[in-house]
Design a protein around this ligand. Structure first.
Ligand SMILES: Nc1ncnc2c1ncn2[C@@H]1O[C@H](COP(=O)(O)OP(=O)(O)OP(=O)(O)O)[C@@H](O)[C@H]1O
Ligand SMILES: [Mg+2]
Length: 280
């Protein structure tokens, strides 16, 4: 079964893209077939992987409008063993262009339908709004991953997001669930971080992942090198945290059906990579 997770929070700068990119990379390292789909006109997930938004010719925009299939828009990062559908700034206009179109909330779901079975995971990086792009992602997904920044007022906005998830579940996509909340930019030295986690856990209980993502400068540097933390600084606290988040997610997802993982091997530059079927 393909797990399609929308990474959403209408609050800006909480770590959606950082989570989408790094979780995708570690899931791919663990041997899963992963598609990262960038649905944000800011194109941050695409550029975090070294893709130049001005050079992308086919993107999630065309997929959403139905003019190309996702396969046509998919780029393969061979080093990471990761498939990516990049975004384009044109996506900002899609919301207006689709006004008046029938079933516009189902566009992404319909486009992905024929192709998701090629993947174990499809992660969708959403923009910081609850507009049509995010609604398309929620309608296509079976779960929402919500990064929550450990700061004052973190809970504000979460109720609006959960209401939106509920509405999408009632009207568009009955299988949608809140898959989990990820506490990001966590600094255990501050009382505030502990308070925020305690409050979020009070409301969401075991939906909150045990792994906390620390505030770590390596995580903010990696995108400017076009790399996930897994290759840029795997031993950093941020690298360790996203690896552990991927392991936690996999362990929960695969309680019933553990897949057989391929063995790890070291690449020439010391970065662990996964043996693929076509490796001699
Ligand atoms: N754990 C972290 N430690 C340090 N910096 C981080 C961490 N997570 C994210 N950042 C940085 O914070 C900024 C916002 O993160 P990110 O782009 O992932 O958030 P976002 O929710 O996707 O933002 P937007 O809402 O604009 O799409 C980026 O510069 C990113 O590099
Ligand atoms: Mg983002």
């Amino acid at each position: 079964m393909t797990r399609i997770y929308a990474i959403a929070n209408q609050k800006g700068g909480v770590g959606k893209t950082t989570t989408a990119v790094n979780l995708s990379a570690y899931l791919a390292l663990a041997g899963r077939r992963v598609l990262l789909l960038d649905m944000d006109p800011q194109c941050n997930a695409s550029s975090s992987l070294g893709l130049d938004k001005n050079k992308v010719t086919v993107s999630s925009y065309e997929v959403l409008l139905g003019s190309v299939t996702p396969a046509k828009a998919t780029l393969k990062n061979a080093r990471l063993n990761l498939s990516v559908v990049p975004a384009s700034p044109a996506l900002a206009a899609a919301e207006i262009e689709l006004v008046g179109e029938l079933a516009r909330e189902y566009r992404l779901r319909q486009a992905l339908a024929a192709e998701v079975s090629k993947y174990d995971y499809v992660l969708i990086d959403c923009p910081p709004s609850l507009g049509l792009l995010t609604v398309n992602a929620l309608t296509a997904a079976n779960g929402v991953l919500i990064p929550v920044q450990c700061e004052y007022l973190a809970l504000e906005g979460l109720s609006q997001l959960t209401r939106t998830v509920q509405l999408v579940r009632q009207r568009l996509n009955p299988q949608l669930e809140i898959r989990g909340l990820i506490m990001t930019m966590y600094d255990p030295r501050t009382a505030l971080a502990h308070q925020v986690v305690a409050e979020v856990e009070k409301f969401f209980a075991d939906k909150v992942f045990r792994t906390r993502i620390p505030r770590n400068v390596r995580l903010s540097e990696a995108p400017s090198h076009g790399q996930p933390i897994m290759t840029y600084a795997p031993a950093s606290p941020g690298g360790q945290a996203y690896k552990s988040l991927a392991e936690e997610l996999l362990a929960q997802d695969e309680v019933s059906a553990p897949p057989v993982a391929a063995p790890l091997r070291a690449s020439p530059d010391g970065v662990p990579t996964r043996e693929t079927a076509d490796t001699p």
